[in-house]
Every structure is written in C-alpha cells, then in structure tokens.
Design a protein around this ligand. Structure first.
Ligand SMILES: *Cc1c(COP(=O)(O)O)cnc(C)c1O
Length: 395
C-alpha cells in the first residue's frame, strides 16, 4: 500500500468558520481584550444551554477542575475518588491541593469509573483505618489520611459515567460529585446535560475538543457559594465587591481572555452543527469497520457525544506496531490513554505498579484513537480504514 498523498490527514482539528473568525476580529478591534462583554456573554449562554445557575469561564479545563476541587474543600491528605483511565489533569488537580487520589478501576463498557467499586472505595474511605488502606496509593498506606472530600468521575471519550449510582454514593456520604465533562460537551445522562448533574462540571476547550476557544474551560455549578469562590479564585482571590487590589484568598490567574471567549461564543452558537458533523464522521468509520473481527468499535450510546473515534484491537495484536504502521502510511493515530497510575511521575511519587487496575491497563494497551474531526472526507476515511487493516496485517 502506498503512503497517503492527498491533503495531509490530521489527528484532530478545530472547526472554525469565517463567522467565528469574524467575531474574534471584531472583538480584537474593540480593544477590550480582557474582562469585557464576551466572557459574560459566553458564560450566560453556556449556563443557559446546560440549564445551570452559574457558568464560570476559565483559562483551561484543568483550571476548571482545580477550582472545583478547591471549592469542595479538598485539602492536604484528603481523599478524592477517581479513575486512572483519563487525561492526567483529572488526577493532577487532586495533587495540586496535596490530597490523595483513590483510584478505582473502570467499567469496561463505559471506560469510566466502575460505580460499584467506587461505592466500596467510598465506604472504605469513610470507615478509615485498615478498611481504607488497600485503596490508598501504595506509598501512603502506612501514613494517616484525611477524609473523603469528593468523587471525581471522568466522562471518557464523550460517554458519561454512571452518574446516577455515583451521586447516590456521594449523597450517602455527604460529599460532592465533580464531573470531568471535558470530553463530553453535548452528552447527556438521564435526559440532563453532562456536566450539569454533579455539584460542579468542568469543560475544556482545547482545539481537539468538540468545540474550542484555543485554550479555555468552563466551570458549571448550581451552587451559589461554589460560583462565588470560583470567580474569586480565577481572579487572584479578589471578590466581586472588594476594592481594586483587595485579595481575600490565595487565588490564581485563571481568567479567560475576550478573544478566546468570542471564539467560544461563536462555537457555542454552532455547537449542534459541530456535534452533528462529528456524528456523521463517526458513522462513516462505523460503516467501514463494522464486522472486522479483531476490532471493537465504540459501543453505540444515544446520549453520548463524539470526542474521539477510538477502536480497541484484540489483545493478541501489536497495538503499537499498528500505530507505527499507520504512521508510515501517512495516518496519525494515538494510544489514548496510557493510564495515569503508570505515568512515570505517578509511579515514582506513589509507587503504583502494573496490575493494580487491570481493566484500565487493558484499555490502555488496546485502544487506538484514529484521526477524528469535522474536515475528514470519505476518501480520507476510506484510506484510513484500509491502512488500519494493512498495518494490522489483517485484510
Ligand atoms: C481535555 C481534558 C481536560 C482539560 O484539558 P485542558 O487542556 O486543561 O483544557 C481534562 N480532563 C480530560 C479528561 C480531558 O480530556
């Protein structure tokens, strides 16, 4: 098979229209580049779309998750239940507050946290002592820990975690659920938008997401106190009412600028169109790859949103070899995600080893994210699917 010679195939790509660009240019000409009307409008329309009381625009999805973690009162050596099959940010924010992640393995169907094991971990965390020991990071098992402060499920690849059960568990122990909805703009659970169901939801607008602001994020909550604290923390700890340069808490510069907010606003107004096109691209893949017996395609889920198109190759195939083979044919693809507990920093800091979260590790070994964005056409997808079979040595 010859290498692809057409327009280079990108792994991901934003979908920015000339109208989107025009709103950014108009904003630039307005000279209000920070703290202006675009951020306010973006927040108002985002909150309206999610039927949430508050939306707080921030500089990244990570910043949104971090602010929620602080609002939840997560402090030194407190425990936050989450899963390791995610982008590293969802666990890093726990470490920013010197708290400890309680990793729980995933449900192999949703790839999100296993709700049954999350309930067991929560019971153990509240019981403390010997009960919680096996759930702690290996390096922390002989040291005292604080209390359970939050559940932080990740909606992986645009498919929601089993929020109904997680919220029951959280309510039983009177702790909040923080949804990492960074990959789930447009998804829903039980008829409600992902990100609007827990105490807070975090969204990210990096250019590979369903919609983008360049860099940016949004925190969504119905909790008035969380909103006030988050608005203050994103702006160096100033309160709305306080005098210029009166800082009431240790804050950050997590502000979103006006240009990014303008792009976000324009993208938000086209969000249904952006999501619909992604679904068309996903369907093109499904038509071509359905019935390939060594591949597992994303399970159909009516209320999911397409973030990436991730296939799983059967365990006996050389996944990394397939990715390398695709690359030689001009098709970028990625192993997505390598589990967080096996990242070098986490291994060193916490003593995690292979075998501790077998389902997350199996997913991490078998997944391939294929090129996925709104500009892919039929010819490119034909080629990618053919190349995948060639790279795997199976026709
Ligand atoms: C994209 C993403 C984030 C946030 O990423 P930023 O680059 O900080 O916007 C957080 N969690 C998950 C699971 C993500 O995919």
């Amino acid at each position: 098979m010859q290498r692809w010679t057409g327009v280079p195939i990108r792994l991901s790509s934003p979908d920015v229209s000339t109208d989107d660009a025009r709103l950014v240019c108009t904003t630039l000409s307005s000279m209000d580049l920070s703290g202006g009307p675009m951020v306010e409008r973006f927040e108002r329309e985002w909150a309206a779309r999610l039927s949430s009381r508050h939306a707080v625009a921030v500089s990244s999805g990570t910043a949104a998750l971090h602010l929620a973690t602080i609002a939840a009162g997560v402090g030194e050596r407190d425990l936050v239940i989450t899963s390791p099959f995610s982008f590293v940010a969802s666990a890093n924010v726990i470490l920013y507050e010197r708290a400890l992640p309680v990793f729980v393995d995933i449900d192999p169907e949703t790839l999100a946290i296993d709700p049954g094991q999350a309930a067991e971990a929560a019971d153990a965390a509240v019981a403390g002592g010997a009960a919680v020991r096996p759930w702690l990071p290996p390096s922390e098992r002989d040291r005292p820990v604080g209390s359970l402060k939050a559940l932080l499920p990740i909606h992986v690849f645009g498919r929601t975690a089993d929020l109904s059960r997680l919220i029951q568990t959280a309510a039983r122990h009177d702790v909040p659920v923080i949804e990492d909805a960074c990959e789930a703009v447009g998804a829903s659970h039980g008829g409600r938008p992902a990100g609007s169901i827990g105490r807070a939801g975090a969204f990210g607008f990096y250019p590979n997401k369903q919609m983008t602001t360049g860099e940016g994020g949004m925190l969504v909550t119905d909790d008035d106190d969380w909103a006030v604290v988050s608005r203050s923390l994103r702006n160096q700890g100033r309160d709305n009412q306080s005098e210029w340069l009166a800082f009431n808490r240790l804050g950050y510069n997590y502000r979103l600028d006006e240009l990014s907010a303008a792009l976000g606003l324009a993208q938000l107004r086209r969000l249904d169109e952006l999501l619909a096109r992604r679904a068309v691209v996903a369907e093109m893949y499904r038509e071509r790859l359905a019935g390939v017996d060594w591949l597992r395609l994303p399970a159909p889920a009516a209320d999911a949103s397409w973030f990436v198109y991730v296939v799983r190759v059967s365990g006996d195939l050389d996944r990394d070899g397939i990715i390398a083979g695709l690359d030689r044919l001009g098709v970028p693809a990625r192993a997505y995600f390598p589990p967080i507990h096996l990242q070098p920093f986490y291994r060193e800091r916490f003593g995690y080893r292979e075998g501790m979260f077998p389902l997350a590790e199996a997913a991490g070994r078998e997944v391939i994210a294929l090129p996925f964005h709104n500009h892919l056409d039929e010819a490119q997808i034909d080629f990618i699917c053919a190349a995948l079979k060639v790279a795997a040595g199976r026709h």
